[in-house]
Design a protein around this ligand. Structure first.
Ligand code: PXG
Ligand code: PLP
Length: 435
C-alpha cells in the first residue's frame, strides 16, 4: 500500500515532482535495494556516498541490535561509555600520523561546524585571538549549517540564507575542463591555483586567518579531483603562514579513494579532518573530527576541573552509533575494503571512460571508486538532462546520482566487475536515448 506522502517535507528534493511519481526503497542487502513492489535496484552510489561496505552487513546489524538492548543512551557530557573510547582508539590507528584525537558529532555538517570552531578557538587559546577568518573554496560543499554554507561555494545552498558568517573568503575552484577534460585520476594542470591562498593572505594578512577548509575530492559539486601538486602546495602555504588546514573527508573518508583517507592517497596531512557517512557505513548517524595532538593539547590548560572546549552534542558518541562504527571497522578490516577502491580503480576508470564519445558527454573524471560524467546542459534547462538520465537508470534498475549536469558514481566498495559494467551500461543506454 502506498503511504500518505503529504506531511513529509523532503530534504534536497523536488517535492512536488517526487510526490507525483514517488521512488520508494523498502529493503536493502549487499549491493542492492528493493522497492516496495519488489523491484531490485543496483546501488551505484553507496546510498549517498556512505554505505561503503554494502547494505545490511551482519556484523553491523548485530552490533546495533545488541547495543540497543544493552545501553540505549549514555549522556556524553562529563560521562562516558566504553565503546566511545574503544572506537576512538581504533579510529586513530587508521588516520594519518599525528591525527590522534577524535571529537564525535552526528553528521558531516556538524563535523564541519565543530572543526571551524576548534580552529578559531585553537588560535585564541594560544594567544592569537585575532585569527578568526575562515577560507573556503568556490564550488565546495561542507554541509548545510551556517558555518558550512559560509565556507561552502555552491550558490543555491547560500543565496537564500542571508549574510552568513562574516570574515569568510574563498579560493578559486580547481575545475578546468579546457586543460583537464577526460583526465584519468589527478588532472595534470592547476597546482598553481593553490597560490590563490597567497592572494588572500596578501589581501587580509595571515595574522587574521584561522583556517582553510577544502574537500580533497569535491563530490557534491560534481566530482572535482585535485590537480597534481595542488594539495601539497596548499599545505606549504598554510605552513608558511601558520594557517590550519582542514580536509573535509566526509565522502572521501573510509576507503573511497583507495586508502582509508584521501589525505593518505594524496600524501598530504591536514591539521584537522572531518568525517561522517562511512564511519558507520551509513547505518546510524555519526560524524567525527580528527585533530592533531598539538591542537588538542593547546586546549588542555587552566584548572583541571573546568571544561576545556565549550562544544558538544546531545548525541555525541551515541552508543548505537559507536556500536555500528565498531562493527563497520571490523567489516572493513576483514574484507580489506579500505584499500579495495585502489585495486578496482583501473577497471572502474576504463569502464567510466568508455562513456567518452557518447552523446552529450563533455568530460569524464575518476579517482578510486568515484566517477564523474559531465553532460552538456540542455539549453534553458540546466540539470534536466542529467536528471532524465537518473530517471532512466532508475527504470533500468540502477541507482545513480546527479548534481547539476554531472552524473556521480560512488558504489559500495564491495562492488564486483560485472556490477561496474552493469552501472556503466545503464548510463550508456540512458545517454543514447536522452534528449
Ligand atoms: N562535507 C562534505 C564534503 C560532504 O560531502 C557534508 C559535509 C555534510 O554531511 P551531512 O552528513 O551533514 O549531510 C557532506 C555531505 C551528493 C551529496 O549528492 C553529498 C552529501 C550530502 C548530500 C548529497 O553528492 N555530502
Ligand atoms: N535546542 C534546545 C532547546 C536544546 O535543549 C538542545 C540540547 O539540549 C539543542 C537545541 C541542541 O540539541 P543537540 O545537542 O541534539 O544538537
Amino acid at each position: 500500500m502506498q503511504p500518505q506522502l503529504d506531511a513529509y517535507w523532503m530534504p534536497f528534493t523536488a517535492n512536488r515532482q517526487f510526490k507525483k511519481a514517488p521512488r520508494l526503497l523498502a529493503r536493502a542487502e549487499g549491493m542492492y535495494f528493493w522497492t516496495p513492489e519488489g523491484r531490485q535496484v543496483l546501488d551505484g552510489v553507496a546510498g549517498l556516498w556512505c554505505v561503503n561496505a554494502g547494505h545490511a552487513r551482519p556484523k553491523i546489524v548485530q552490533a546495533i541490535q545488541q547495543q540497543a538492548g544493552e545501553l540505549d543512551y549514555a549522556p556524553p557530557f562529563q560521562m562516558g561509555h566504553p565503546k566511545a573510547f574503544e572506537l576512538a582508539e581504533r579510529l586513530v590507528q587508521l588516520t594519518p600520523p599525528g591525527l590522534n584525537k577524535v571529537f564525535y558529532t552526528n553528521s558531516g555538517s556538524e563535523s564541519v561546524e565543530t572543526a571551524l570552531k576548534m580552529a578559531i578557538a585553537y588560535h585564541r587559546v594560544r594567544g592569537e585571538g585575532q585569527r578568526t577568518r575562515l577560507i573556503g573554496r568556490e564550488r565546495a560543499y561542507h554541509g548545510v549549517n551556517f558555518g558550512g554554507i559560509s565556507v561552502g561555494g555552491m550558490v543555491a545552498n547560500r543565496k537564500m540564507f542571508g549574510s552568513l558568517l562574516s570574515g569568510v573568503d574563498h579560493l578559486r575552484h580547481t575545475h578546468d575542463p579546457t586543460r583537464n577534460a577526460f583526465s584519468r585520476g589527478q588532472p595534470a594542470y592547476g597546482a598553481e591555483l593553490a597560490d590563490d591562498l597567497e592572494r588572500l593572505v596578501a589581501l587580509h594578512d595571515a595574522s587574521t586567518i584561522a583556517a582553510v577548509i577544502v574537500e580533497p575530492v569535491a563530490g557534491s559539486t560534481g566530482v572535482l579531483i585535485p590537480p597534481q601538486g595542488y594539495l601539497q602546495r596548499l599545505r606549504e602555504i598554510c605552513d608558511k603562514h601558520g594557517i590550519l588546514l582542514i580536509f573535509d573527508e566526509v565522502i572521501t573518508g573510509f576507503g573511497r579513494t583507495g586508502q582509508p583517507f584521501a589525505a593518505q592517497t594524496f600524501g598530504v596531512t591536514p591539521d584537522l579532518m572531518t568525517v561522517a557517512k562511512g564511519i558507520t557505513n551509513g547505518c546510524v548517524p555519526m560524524g567525527a573530527v580528527f585533530v592533531k595532538q598539538e591542537i588538542h593539547d593547546a586546549f588542555m590548560q587552566g584548572p583541571e576541573h573546568l571544561i576545556e572546549f565549550f562544544h558538544g552534542y546531545t548525541y555525541s558518541a551515541h552508543p548505537l552509533a559507536c556500536a555500528a562504527a565498531l562493527g563497520t571497522l571490523d567489516t572493513y578490516a576483514e574484507e580489506g575494503l579500505l584499500t579495495r577502491a585502489g585495486e578496482l580503480e583501473s577497471y572502474f576508470a576504463d569502464a567510466v571512460h568508455s562513456l567518452r564519445g557518447l552523446p552529450h558527454v563533455i568530460d569524464v573524471r575518476n579517482i578510486g571508486l568515484v566517477g564523474g560524467i559531465e553532460l552538456a546542459p540542455r539549453p534553458e534547462e540546466p540539470a534536466k538532462r542529467a536528471f532524465d538520465v537518473f530517471l532512466d537508470c532508475w527504470e533500468q534498475g540502477v541507482l545513480i546520482r546527479t548534481t547539476g549536469d554531472t552524473i556521480a558514481l560512488s558504489p559500495p566498495l564491495i562492488i564486483d566487475r560485472a556490477q561496474i559494467d552493469q552501472i556503466v551500461q545503464a548510463v550508456a543506454t540512458a545517454l543514447r536515448r536522452v534528449r
